[in-house]
Ligand binder design. Structure first.
Ligand code: SF4
Length: 322
């Protein structure tokens, strides 16, 4: 087998992937894997190796913009351009510039998913001003619950973050959809929910979106609330509140025909490793591995060990994938 080594820039674009909230969302990832201020027990990317609050450029904004431009010119349907991905996007100092540059080249709305921790900084709030939609998260109203659920960097205080969210609301003209991730036995006590409700009332987001631990979490002890529990909480949070947790996905790998098709088309061209697929799709290895396991159990592909490395190739029974 010939080993080809291609030196490529990191892939900053993934999708567009269908999203319940955002339609076809083109994901923009501007961070090295798992660069975050938090280490949430429910994080689907796994544990944060080293929490940080230090903002950096991380990647060349020209390269990121070139990749966005190329994807936009492909004519695919894109409903939102969304900054999220491998960690907390506001840790990248070029975020504001990137949003402004995107707004110059397309009318597609820009969304930013953030964990809210750096909204205490005026320059971070300023960077987000050009976005159309910001989806900040707030899972705790007290430091105790903040530590239990989000395991923050030691410098972060939840009261400051709530103040940052309130100031951001006053400054930002776009939509704010506040996401609350509820974890069974960690931040769902009636007392804490009352405090959270009071904080949300002061922040005044356009929407309040309740979520729970549906996708595989960093920690096995992070457990989901039931739909019944969430419905009760939704009622208490009022008209603007909705449940975004997709219980149909519980204990299942999230459906995405597109990812499966992309993996299959790669494997059909040449045997590829897990790292090849992960780099090409801009997805974490663990997530890719789950797709590979499904394809193996469906008899579509098979693993092959060569010189100590595992490759994936079409299974002999199904060489003609659809
Ligand atoms: S803020 Fe997001 S990326 Fe960071 S640890 Fe929490 S869930 Fe993971």
């Amino acid at each position: 087998m010939t080993k080809t080594k291609e030196k490529e820039s990191p892939i900053h674009i993934y999708g567009p992937v269908p999203s319940r909230r955002l339609g076809f969302s083109l994901g923009i990832d501007i961070l090295p894997y798992k660069t975050c201020t938090l280490d949430c027990i429910y994080c689907q990317l796994g544990p944060t190796p080293k929490k940080t609050v230090q903002q950096k450029e991380h990647f060349s904004s020209d390269i990121v913009l070139a990749q966005i431009n190329k994807t936009l010119s492909s004519g695919q349907r894109i409903d939102y351009i969304t900054f999220s991905g491998s960690g907390e996007p506001t840790l990248n100092t070029t975020l504001g510039k990137l949003i402004r540059e995107i707004k110059k080249i397309t009318d597609i709305p820009v969304a930013v998913l953030t964990n809210s921790t750096l909204l205490t900084k005026a320059r971070v709030r300023e960077a987000l001003q050009a976005a159309d939609l910001v989806v900040p998260s707030l899972d705790a109203a007290t430091q105790e619950e903040f530590i239990a659920v989000n395991r923050p960097h030691s410098s972060l205080k939840i009261e400051d973050i709530i103040v940052g969210l309130k100031i951001f609301r006053q400054e930002f003209k776009g939509q704010i959809w506040l996401e609350i991730m509820l974890v069974k036995g960690k931040n769902d006590s009636p007392n804490h929910l009352n405090k959270l409700k009071a904080a949300v009332r002061e922040i005044q987001p356009d929407r309040i979106q309740l979520n729970t631990v549906i996708r595989p979490p960093a920690e096995q002890f992070a457990r989901a609330l039931s739909l019944k529990d969430l419905e009760k909480i939704k009622k208490a949070f009022g008209k603007k509140c909705e449940i975004i947790a997709d219980f149909a996905q519980m204990n299942q790998f999230p459906q995405s025909q597109d990812i499966e098709r992309k993996i299959l088309s790669m494997i059909q061209r040449r045997p590829v490793t897990l790292s090849d697929i992960s780099a090409s799709l801009g997805k974490h290895r663990d997530e890719v591995l789950k797709y590979l396991n499904i394809l193996i159990s469906n008899g579509k592909i098979k693993p092959l060990t060569h010189k100590g490395k595992t490759y994936y190739e079409p299974s002999s029974a199904g060489n003609s994938h659809k």
